[in-house]
Design a protein around this ligand. Structure first.
Ligand SMILES: [Cu+2]
Length: 182
């Protein structure tokens, strides 16, 4: 009886020893996993944008602007380096002088607020500020009610690109993002 008693005791000690070993292994691998996850997140541009998962890649964007100063869509996903067609229509009815719209696609890192403000006095150039043309990847014409314009452009690098309507006072509500995937 006494001999049998020693066997489970030894097994229990082995079990405890192996448990201790395992848990200390887990602790040492946790920081390693964190550092490998971080670059994976930055590799997917715009992964932190709400709703981006339900947006599929396209090379043909259709977009409208309305009298309530809104785009009908604000989030797109394209392939970096691939030509994209954008078809834009002003579906409003208000006169062009009061309510025109365009789509201006900006380089990554452009200060949208600064661009929007610089666009206000730039009526002669369709509200594309001459001092900031380097920040513009592509833009449609400024459109009055019922007008439409079609442009093609290529987003050069993976990342997130802002687009706005640069008609005075509009960029606050008329803005969106195009995510360019690798
Ligand atoms: Cu507008």
């Amino acid at each position: 009886m006494k001999k049998l008693f020693f066997v489970p005791a030894a097994a229990a000690m082995l079990f405890l020893a192996s448990c201790g070993g395992n848990s200390s292994n887990d602790e040492s691998t946790t920081p390693t996993e964190d550092t490998t996850t971080a670059p994976a997140v930055t590799e997917a541009p715009g992964a932190d944008i709400p709703g981006i998962d339900s947006v599929s890649v396209t090379d043909n964007i259709t977009l409208t602007g309305s009298d309530d100063m809104k785009f009908d869509k604000t989030l797109f996903k394209v392939k970096a380096g691939q030509q994209v067609t954008l078809d834009f229509k002003n579906v409003g009815k208000l006169p062009a002088a009061a309510m025109s719209h365009n789509v201006v696609i900006l380089q990554q890192g452009t200060d949208v607020q600064k661009f929007g403000e610089a666009a206000v006095p730039a009526a002669a150039t369709g509200h594309i500020p001459p001092s900031m043309t380097d920040d513009v990847i592509a833009h449609t014409k400024l459109l009055g009610p019922g007008e439409s314009d079609k442009i093609t452009f290529t987003l050069p690098d993976p990342g997130v690109y802002d687009f706005i309507c640069s008609f005075p006072g509009h960029f606050g509500t008329m803005h969106g993002k195009i995510v360019a995937e690798k």
